[in-house]
Design a protein around this ligand. Structure first.
Ligand code: KG4
Ligand code: ZN
Length: 337
């Protein structure tokens, strides 16, 4: 694969959380197939992800998902140039399934393998586009179920973490708020949907953490909880919609204001959004309306967990000679930059 920079096909594998995913991506930007087997229905009855259930489900679905990715892309193993797999951060038992399957295939088919950081992969969802690729330096906001990271990217593989969450991640805050409001799991889409029929009329607190690029959402979540206890809002549908709209607006306000301020200070050329919360329409609208520099956002199905982003990231790893050995292991607490 090294030295072969055109028509290079990478198999991406992603099993860090509750999606079993495999994809084939050509030249780091053309998706030939992108298969995601979601476990959402299985975990929804528990109101959140059950790690043991997740890893067992990955075991059941990973081989069919990889086979489907190969079939849909109309490729054989001879066409594949390398394998990229998420090795962290994530749930240990879930990560192990993807990493071991990737290593077994690499060994059997004599293919190079590269371990990919899931957060880096989220950023690379922005390279999965037909138009011009992103340009450096850019400021990346990764907002997912486990992370709210603000990262300066100066080039491929060059990351400097500027800020992170001090407590709940943005997606986690959406999930917890949805539970407080008696809505479904995952919370982000549920809140976004019901918020359409509400207005952001409640004044909920924002943790600005001035002088720092960090985020904090647990105070906002607690304020919502107190409001629900006080007002017994669960009795009327319209007040639930207003509470959801107010919560969503508060999260979006903090994420957009702090990120855009940092982008101005740093003089970056673009802002790249990624992660499940970047699928939120209000968030992207707020960024597009207020940012002085272009804002890139992947389509919603590439914001949430998928393997095409892992393959895109892996393509650049191979280009820069970042290859893993068969001793590649999972790192559940891996961070970026
Ligand atoms: O990136 P992702 O698929 O998985 C992780 O790496 O965590 O993100 C999942 C998170 C969940 O917390 C979910 O509630 C949130 O992204 N999410 C959203 C939306 N879609 C997914 N949050 C707000 N608005 C959405 N439309
Ligand atoms: Zn993710």
């Amino acid at each position: 694969m090294i030295g072969k920079f055109s028509s290079a096909k990478i198999l991406g594998i992603e099993t860090s959380c509750d999606e079993t995913a495999a994809a084939i991506v050509e030249d780091g930007n053309r998706i030939l197939s992108n298969i995601v087997a979601s476990q959402i229905d299985i975990h929804a009855r528990y109101g959140g992800i059950v790690p043991e259930v997740a890893s067992r489900q990955h075991l059941l679905t990973i081989i069919p998902v990889v086979n489907k990715a190969m079939t849909e892309a109309k490729v054989t193993w001879q066409d594949i140039d390398g394998i990229a797999v998420t090795f962290g951060p994530g749930l240990a038992g879930s990560l192990l399934v993807g990493v071991n399957v990737a290593k077994a295939i690499a060994l059997a088919k004599q293919l190079p393998i590269t371990g990919v950081n899931h957060l880096e992969a989220h950023i690379y969802a922005n390279w999965l586009r037909k138009e011009k690729p992103p340009c450096f330096p850019c400021l990346c906001l990764i907002v997912s179920g486990g992370h709210s990271d603000l990262v300066l990217m100066r080039g491929h593989g060059q990351f400097e973490k500027l800020g992170r969450t001090r407590d709940d991640a943005a997606g986690e805050a959406f999930d917890k708020a949805a539970r407080i409001l008696g809505l479904g799991y995952p919370g982000g889409p549920a809140i976004e949907e019901i918020a359409k029929s509400g207005t952001p009329c409640l004044s909920l607190p924002r943790a600005w953490l001035r002088g720092s690029h960090d985020f904090s959402f647990s105070g906002l979540k607690t304020a919502l909880w107190h409001y629900v206890q006080r007002e017994e809002i669960l009795t009327t549908a319209s007040s639930v919609a207003d509470a959801a709209a107010s919560f969503q607006y508060a999260v979006v306000d903090v994420l957009a204001t702090k990120t855009i301020k940092a982008a101005r200070e740093l003089g970056v050329r673009q802002i790249l959004l990624s992660g499940g919360v970047a699928a939120n329409k209000l968030l992207t609208e707020q960024f597009h309306n207020s940012s002085p520099v272009p804002v890139l956002v992947p389509p919603p199905h590439l914001c949430t967990d998928n393997a095409a982003m892992v393959a895109a990231c892996g393509y650049y790893h191979f280009q820069t000679g970042k290859i893993s050995g068969y001793d590649l292991d999972v790192i559940p607490s891996l961070s970026l930059g």
